[in-house]
Write a protein that binds this ligand. Structure first.
Ligand SMILES: C[S@@+](CC[C@H](N)C(=O)[O-])C[C@H]1O[C@@H](n2cnc3c(N)ncnc32)[C@H](O)[C@@H]1O
Length: 320
């Protein structure tokens, strides 16, 4: 085909301009597609994880976690404001919250008989305002410290089988329930009000009903309802044995030795072991040995959030 040179040059310019425009459009399209926050391609593809690939939840905060948290508080210029009324924020005591809840029917729009018909688990106001977080001495947040210490002490995994004696309102137990596989947390507790708080508020409000913890009411150290075959990686009593008669503590230990997993299982008891030391050092060791238990030692664990430490005493089976 004979092209006039000048015409040929003209076509080339047009082609060049068109090509440049097309390339620019394509570049913009690609940039928009990959960089735009609204682009479907910028979303990570949801990973399909196998059971074995699941990322393990850490049982305690790392130094990096703590540094990160402090940097976020600093970066946002945060500090505690005085507890005064501010626009949109209305600090109230629990007592006041409860009063409002009862007087104004909380946030329910239903009246009279209808009020509870639309609630699967009608929860008493006292629990809704979390009065039970103050049932026992320490700050509620200390439950996490106890979990972190115990988890580390026995190298907890989601498959560990755990028994708590006197779990109260699940200040500690909740962290175990969340971490462990369904059905692997057991507790024996005697106080009805605490149990109601655990069942009616803590488990449902934390979305942990599916974890099916086995929590049984009882006070005489009868563990038969937990299944005769069950053995534990960890048995612990947080602020409980010091409140029990020595005789009952010994009964508990006698019944629990055989329920410890032979090598890795540990019994951990907080605060003090006066049930033992009251007998005198030698007698105490003798009695433990006669049960097949050995005293491993004393541990101290610092709280993450407040100036406090927990003291723990550890026992293991002396015979496999
Ligand atoms: C100080 S509270 C500690 C609760 C929980 N362990 C915690 O750290 O938040 C003591 C708990 O032990 C329970 N308790 C005391 N004696 C008991 C017994 N003989 N059998 C079962 N639970 C008992 C009490 O009802 C109470 O819930």
């Amino acid at each position: 085909m004979a092209l006039v040179p000048s015409k040929g040059v003209g076509i080339s310019v047009q082609v060049l301009v068109l090509s440049a425009a097309a390339a620019t459009t394509l570049l913009f399209f690609l940039l928009f597609t990959f960089l735009s926050p609204w682009s479907p391609c910028s979303c990570p593809t949801p990973a399909v994880l196998n059971e074995s690939d699941k990322i393990l939840e850490p049982t305690s905060a790392s130094v990096e976690d703590i540094d990160w948290l402090k940097s976020q508080i600093e970066a946002n210029g945060l500090h505690m404001q005085p507890n005064v009324l501010r626009k949109g924020i209305n600090p109230r005591t629990r007592q006041r919250q409860l009063q409002d809840l009862l007087q104004f029917k909380g946030i329910s729009h239903y009246e009279g008989e209808e009020a509870n018909n639309h609630t699967a688990l009608p929860c008493p106001g006292e629990l809704l305002v979390e009065e039970h977080h103050s049932y026992y001495g320490e700050p509620w947040a200390g439950g996490r410290d106890v979990f972190e210490f115990l988890a580390g002490a026995v190298h907890l995994t989601p498959n560990s089988q755990v028994l708590e004696i006197g779990c109260g309102t699940l200040r500690v137990g909740l962290h175990f329930i969340r971490y462990l596989n369904p059905g692997y947390y057991h507790c024996l507790e005697r106080d009805e009000l605490s149990l109601m708080a655990a069942f009616q508020y803590e488990l449902p409000s934390h979305g942990l009903l599916f974890k099916r913890p086995l929590i049984i009411k009882g006070e005489d150290m009868d563990f038969s309802k937990f299944g005769h075959e069950t053995t534990y990686d960890l048995i612990y009593a947080s602020a409980v044995f010091l409140h029990m008669p020595d005789k009952l503590v010994w009964t508990a230990l006698e019944r629990l030795v055989g329920r410890l997993k032979p090598l890795q299982g540990g019994i951990l008891v907080s605060h003090n072991i006066k049930f033992c030391s009251r007998l005198g050092g030698e007698e105490c060791t003798k009695r433990l040995n006669s049960l097949g238990l050995g005293y491993v030692g004393k541990h101290i664990h610092d709280s993450l959030l407040f100036n406090h430490y927990d003291i723990w005493f550890e026992f293991r089976r002396s015979k496999a």
